[in-house]
Design a protein. Sequence first.
Length: 198
Amino acid sequence: MAREVLALRSQRGLDHVGLICLPAKLHNSPERIPGAVRATVARHRGHYAQIKLLYADCGTGGALAALCEELGLEMLPGAHCYAVYDGVARFAARAEMRSFFLTDFLVRQFDAFVWRPLGLDRHPELRDAYFGNYRTLVHLAQVDAPETAALAESHAARLGLAFERRLTGYGDLGVSLDGWARPDGPRSARSLGASPPR
């Protein structure tokens, strides 16, 4: 979410908000997220008036929420970034069990975060084993960029899925950031999470 946070900071005059990034690859090992968050908070807590966590649950099975309660941190609502961008209530109401979701980041990093880690570059015959129960690839677009949309549609074709694009913008990420970091609030807010901008 780093690119999106930086865009929101610029658009909304939140120049006092800083960003500390954790590696995006943690999402492939969600059990490691709480430990990385704990260590990063410990390194930076004494330097900032506020720290907010720009992760939803992200596959930690509630461990991240428990850590935030222990450390007195606020985190993003929802189970994952798809819900954050679509809007947590709207995403839950859709109950799309047969859709595979990509954000703008995942569209751009599809090979690094989906295709190669699943071994599909070496064993394309596994595609249907992984994706056979899905029907649609849904691109949750933060920015209206035709080249990103075209790339997302090409990923759907690679996976043998129908394609749908939703221009969500920043969804609940913008809502949370506005609530946490209004320009009239503390001048030293610091946010944790996401990966370096691409």
